[in-house]
Ligand binder design. Structure first.
Ligand SMILES: [Cu+2]
Length: 154
């Protein structure tokens, strides 16, 4: 019956992998496929694991890698000052779930003065497909143009 044992072991390791191995929040939170984005907090900076996102529900995992308590708050279209309750002790992490739509969101540390010190990051939420940047890309002075020069061979 060695085979059966092996098979069972394989199955259970598969199951673990599928659940990410930790904190799989119970059964069926129907349809809510939240993507995790890590926000690493230090003095005084927030580094996101992804610079831009597409509309959807996200779980921001705020990891405090600094030496003082931090927290995390998000504002943007449809989200007005949603924050992690209390603070995150150094070495700890907490999560903040937010549903984002198209637009620009701001993530910052709401602990006294930390935002001003630099714990403030913007995140662009755009369409899923790759699209040209919305901001004006000034492409003036296209030199040469590639034709009309050289030759005049008539
Ligand atoms: Cu802070």
């Amino acid at each position: 019956m060695r085979n059966v044992t092996l098979f069972a072991a394989a199955l259970s390791s598969l199951a673990l992998t599928a659940c990410g191995g930790y904190g799989h929040a119970g059964a069926g939170v129907a349809g809510a496929q939240a993507t995790r984005v890590t926000a690493t907090e230090t003095e005084f900076k927030i580094a996101l694991s992804r610079p831009s996102l597409t509309p959807g529900t996200y779980v921001f995992v705020a990891v405090n890698k600094g030496h003082v308590a931090h927290s995390l708050e998000i504002v943007g279209p449809g989200v007005s000052g949603k924050r992690i309750a209390g603070t995150i002790a150094p070495g700890q992490s907490k999560t903040l779930t937010a549903t984002l739509r198209k637009g620009t969101y701001e993530l910052y540390c709401p602990v006294d003065g930390h935002k001003r010190l630099g714990m403030d990051v913007k995140i662009a939420v755009g369409p899923a497909a790759t699209s040209p940047p919305l901001t004006t890309t000034t492409e003036t002075g296209v030199t040469g143009g590639g034709y009309g020069t050289g030759g005049g061979g008539y």
